[in-house]
Design a protein around this ligand. Structure first.
Ligand code: NDP
Length: 293
């Protein structure tokens, strides 16, 4: 049921939103027989014209193949869509964004129904799907067996990075990276706000800002090494005491420019607390220990 004469694995795709449609297209284009289902049937019409079979129900789509890929809005929609489906014997790959706890609960849900479960966190936007040079990839965690069996199929839309048998780890990696991204965007927002009322073209600041952020990025490796060794002071170049002493300059500059410092203050406050605890000779790694409750 899952192999055609040219040995391309058949795939069932549940969910034809922006992401589901992008994923589905790549499997069709690569010659994988594809069965699709979407709550609003009209969204399957274009894919039907491209050769996909459109199932009448999620249950029928699940019955059609062994490999079932799910990409719905959220965990609640997965519950709703799969409520009447018999997933026994299926390899369920769920690319719906979820929390680690939801992914772990979904593993148990699948196990109780006789299915194998692999969770995924997509590190790409739809235009990056099927475009290897765009660098998008998907974190996978959960059943190693499912990952290894279907790796070639899963590699069609985007790169694959397996991060462990704990089904929650894909979601955790996804959220960790995106959280860091929001921190970076917050910093960039503050930088642009500082020059907003001046005769400085944002377009001229942008390359300077981008190059500076890239130059600072390797610091994450040092942070990781320090967390692993537990020594936050060895080889420190810019120590916390010096950095905390510099924070009034940032706050005064923001004030002088008429810019709110609300994005900077929480981080500075953590730096100040770590200094007060005696971390003056460290770098910024100690802030992490203050965050972990
Ligand atoms: P869309 O909003 O475009 O599509 C949502 C999909 O979920 C549609 O197929 C919709 O069906 C379906 N759906 C919503 N509620 C239910 C329900 N109760 N029962 C059944 N189906 C339901 O979202 P995307 O395709 O963009 O995103 C899908 C997943 O991919 C999300 O978890 C998202 O976080 C993740 N993702 C998306 C990225 C992006 O940039 N788009 C990037 C990385 C991850 P219907 O058509 O009937 O409304």
């Amino acid at each position: 049921m899952t192999r055609n004469p040219v040995e391309k694995t058949s795939v069932t795709m549940l969910g034809l939103g922006a992401m589901g449609t992008a994923l589905a297209r790549t499997w069709l284009a690569a010659g994988h027989p594809l069965t699709v289902w979407n709550r609003t049937p009209a969204r399957g019409a274009a894919l039907a014209a491209e050769g996909a079979k459109v199932a009448d129900s999620a249950a029928a789509a699940v019955a059609a193949n062994t490999l079932i890929v799910v990409c719905l809005l959220d965990d609640a929609s997965v519950d709703e869509a799969l409520a009447g489906a018999d997933v026994a014997g299926r390899d369920l790959v769920n690319l719906t964004t979820s929390t680690p706890a939801q992914a772990r609960a979904r593993t148990e849900w699948a196990r109780a129904r006789g299915a194998r479960y692999l969770d995924g966190g997509i590190m790409a936007v739809p235009p990056m799907i099927g475009v290897p040079e765009a660098g998008g990839y998907v974190f996978y965690s959960g059943s190693r067996e499912v990952f290894e069996r279907h790796q070639e199929v899963l590699r069609v839309p985007a790169g694959t990075t397996y991060v462990g048998e704990d089904a929650g780890f894909a979601a955790l990696h996804d959220v960790a990276l995106l959280s860091a991204m929001y921190g970076m965007f917050a910093g960039a927002a503050h930088a642009f706000a500082l020059i907003r009322k001046e005769d400085i073209d944002p377009v001229s600041l942008a390359p300077l800002l981008a190059d500076w952020l890239v130059a600072m990025v390797p610091a994450v490796h040092q942070t990781a090494d320090r967390l692993r060794s537990g020594d936050y002071s060895k080889g420190v170049v810019s120590d916390l005491a010096m950095q905390v002493a510099g924070t009034p300059t940032f706050l005064s500059t923001a004030e002088q420019q008429g810019v709110s410092s609300e994005l900077l203050v929480p981080y500075f406050e953590l730096m100040r607390r770590r200094l007060a605890e005696g971390g003056g000779e460290e770098d910024l790694t100690g802030v992490i220990d203050l965050l972990v409750r």
